[in-house]
Design a binder for this molecule. Structure first.
Ligand SMILES: *Cc1c(COP(=O)(O)O)cnc(C)c1O
Length: 377
């Protein structure tokens, strides 16, 4: 018998590449499906970017600063205004999106004979990092309200001894934040045999009063907090993710990173964006307000809605969620069919986009059914 071509690793045969369905702007003018920030860079930011890139362009014959020291220094400064304190340049690492940062963590700390663990429903990329790095994947479960039962989580950690625990806060696709007590308990359970990675891709959107896991860094040397410029900084197209951790963790990542992995143009772009932090975070505040209004409106309509600390809202539950998703698409609004069966996720857009979403959902619901409390399992 001949082997199929190309001679792919057995466990990759028949696997579909990850990715949300993409639709043209013409087919779906209101795009609320991948948690992007709806606010494009301002004219001022765009022209500062062009200037910085033109300068860099004159030196593109050279490799970039492999250590991206200037950028790490700026990122450390920003984190110290965003929930952290005492974060120094040697505690910061960055790569092309926080997905790359997390895959590097698995490359350095996972691998054959080691285990990575998370709690479902959660970000669907985590098992892919494990697969790519031949790390065993173990998944526990969240409660009905998508929170974590901390005692059960600690027991699972003690039983499976993972090298890496991946926990998003807020969680995608549910929007659920992780309380600081849970971070402490799990850091202690993981101990010196592993790392607890708190993925704060949506950290800047958390509701007021909800602390960042960055606050816990001084107390737990096995804690890693990742962030990204893809969401709050409205820079998904630039690909810049980063982390704060013990300097020894950053040193380990230097072993697995590819040579000069962060291009000179990426470094320059991220650096300029950081100098516009006030402008960018003002939009984050607008989105938080719009998020809370969306949660309240959906509840008024009688939907079940998960509490959200993110720039998206998970709501349901629908007898036929695909039909509801399709009804919205037919009205020009693209959201995401993800999460547990019956639920849908909408990213928070501008006020106009959310108005379009509300109208489209109300029209769609004229012919669709919600699963009532009495029918719940
Ligand atoms: C969007 C997202 C990221 C960020 O991805 P980038 O690679 O930085 O664009 C990370 N984690 C979760 C849970 C996300 O939803």
């Amino acid at each position: 018998m001949s082997t199929p071509f190309p001679p792919l690793r057995d466990e990759l045969r028949g696997i579909e590449p990850y990715g949300a369905p993409q639709m043209s702007h013409d087919a779906a003018p209101v795009q609320l499906n991948v948690n992007e920030n709806p606010y494009a860079p301002s004219e001022a930011l765009a022209s500062s970017l062009s200037e910085a890139i033109s300068e860099v362009a004159l030196e593109l014959n050279r490799y970039p600063d492999r250590e991206f020291v200037a950028l790490r220094e700026q990122l450390a400064g920003y984190l110290n205004t965003s929930g952290g304190s005492g974060i120094t340049t040697d505690m910061v690492w960055a790569a092309n999106g926080s997905n790359e940062v997390m895959q590097q963590l698995l490359q350095a700390f996972g691998g054959p004979g080691r285990t990575a663990l998370s709690f479902a429903p959660t970000y669907s990329m985590y098992p892919e990092y494990a697969r790519n790095t031949l790390t065993e994947w173990v998944v526990g479960h969240r409660e009905d309200d998508f929170g974590l039962d901390v005692d059960a989580a600690r027991e699972l950690v003690e039983e499976r001894r993972p090298s890496i625990v991946l926990l998003p806060s807020p969680n995608n696709p549910t929007g659920t934040a992780l309380p600081p007590e849970a971070v402490s308990v799990l850091c202690e359970a993981v101990g010196d045999d592993g790392l607890l990675v708190v993925d704060e891709a949506y950290g800047e959107f958390r509701r007021s009063g909800m602390p960042s896991a960055l606050e816990m860094l001084p107390r737990h040397r096995n804690l890693v907090v990742t962030r990204t410029m893809s969401k709050a900084f409205a820079l998904a197209g630039a690909r810049l993710g980063y982390l704060a951790a013990d300097p020894a963790v950053c040193d380990a990542l230097r072993i697995v990173r590819l040579p000069y992995h962060l291009s000179a143009t990426t470094q320059a772009t991220a650096s300029v964006a950081l100098s516009y932090v006030d402008e960018l975070l003002a939009h984050v505040d607008d989105l938080r307000v719009e998020r809370d209004a969306t949660v309240a409106w959906l509840r008024e309509q009688g939907h079940e809605v998960a509490d959200s600390d993110a720039n998206f809202v998970l709501f349901g539950r629908f007898a036929d969620r695909h039909a509801v998703w399709q009804g919205l698409v037919d009205r020009g609004v693209l959201i995401r069919e993800t999460g547990p069966d019956g639920w849908l996720r909408v990213s928070v857009g501008t006020a106009d986009e959310m108005a379009a979403f509300r109208v489209a959902l109300m029209e769609t619901m004229k012919t669709q059914q919600v699963i009532g409390t009495e029918e719940r399992a």
